[in-house]
Design a binder for this molecule. Structure first.
Ligand code: SF4
Length: 341
């Protein structure tokens, strides 16, 4: 018997209009997200990684409809989020909360921590004033701060403490799913693991489900059960965290991983250096959008879009090296499996 995942995303797209000229007419489109599909099971952590501009943050925001999708569906507990009225969407956001990258920018500097944390409860009409204050103090303790911090202002905290406040705010409504967009990238490296460990402890304690968006593969590895790799608005590889790091199939994933330092000087790995910059999503390359930077490019790569297909159980990859179209052409090319990473 298959169980409905907590979250199911189908063919999600976001095209932003590109305007120009004196009249600001639409002269094109930026295809920020171009047909992304995935599921997240209850209690799971899905990491989404990619370079900046790959569409991972836009994807995260579309799940909550902080950005309206151009096309596609998001099902949360079987309900289509994209069809919900404003009232129903607000109710549903009790269960789906977001932790933002920059705790400096996401906390109102003029409000006390108490006011910041009470806000989500007020918006959803939860509890009496006394109950809300009690919950604020509880949550501060849960995230490793103290109840006396409630009367302080955001500028009186360090970066790590501010992110703890951001996490406490997300937890106020007892959500089921938290989407964390670069939750530690604004923090010192020494603080990052503390915040990630806190997130894991909270997940175990409250049975939370996470989507963690990051450009840093180290962060995602630390916390994720499965990882999806995005490139230019598309998911190019999706599998378990362990498998992705042990046996990456997509050349882009291999390049990303080969750039991650390994803390063992005796371990040798081949480095794949990516050529050029990420192309503009307003004018993406034909076929496989990675072909302009791919060391394994074949003729078919410029002509046909590779589909995200299951290669091994639960391991999906969008690359012609593994498709029927590319098999014949790739016979004389070193397969990515042969690259030691
Ligand atoms: Fe490289 Fe072709 Fe695979 Fe794209 S489809 S990643 S260009 S081998």
């Amino acid at each position: 018997m298959t169980t409905e995942p907590l979250l199911r995303v189908e063919n999600l797209k976001k095209h932003f209009p590109l305007r120009g000229g004196v009249l600001g007419k639409e002269i094109g489109q930026v295809k920020a997200v171009e047909g992304v599909s995935f599921t997240v099971q209850k209690g799971e952590t899905l990491g989404i990684v990619g370079e900046s501009g790959c569409g991972k943050s836009t994807t995260g925001r579309m799940l909550l409809r902080l950005i309206e999708p151009t096309e596609g569906d998001v099902y949360f507990e079987g309900k289509n989020v994209t069809d919900l009225s404003k009232t129903d969407l607000r109710k549903m956001r009790r269960d789906m909360q977001m932790v933002f990258q920059d705790p400096f920018a996401s906390l109102n500097p003029r409000h006390t921590v108490e006011k910041i944390l009470e806000e989500p409860l007020k918006v959803h009409g939860i509890g009496s004033p006394a109950e809300r204050k009690k919950r604020v103090r509880e949550l501060l303790e849960i995230v490793g701060l103290s109840s006396y911090h409630a009367k302080r202002y955001p500028h009186q905290f360090s970066g790590g403490q501010r992110q703890r406040i951001g996490i406490a705010r997300a937890l106020m409504t007892r959500p089921k799913l938290i989407i964390a967009d670069e939750p530690v990238s604004a923090l010192d490296v020494s603080i990052q693991s503390q915040v990630l460990n806190l997130m894991q402890d909270l997940q175990n304690e409250f049975g939370l489900t996470y989507i963690v968006i990051a450009h840093d593969l180290g962060v995602v590895r630390h916390i994720s059960d499965r990882v999806g790799v995005m490139y230019l608005g598309k998911m190019v590889e999706l599998t378990t965290s362990e498998r992705l790091y042990d046996m990456p199939l997509h050349p882009y994933t291999q390049a990303l991983l080969s750039a991650v330092p390994i803390p063992d000087p005796t371990f040798e790995k081949d480095s794949i250096v990516l050529q050029g910059d990420i192309p503009s999503p307003s004018n993406p390359p034909s076929g496989c959008t990675f072909h302009t930077r791919c060391p394994f490019k074949m003729d078919v790569c410029e002509q046909k879009v590779p589909l995200l297909q299951e290669q091994e159980e639960g391991h999906y990859v969008a690359c012609h090296l593994y498709s029927k179209d590319g098999q014949a052409a790739s016979q004389n090319i070193d397969k990515p499996e042969e690259v030691k990473i």
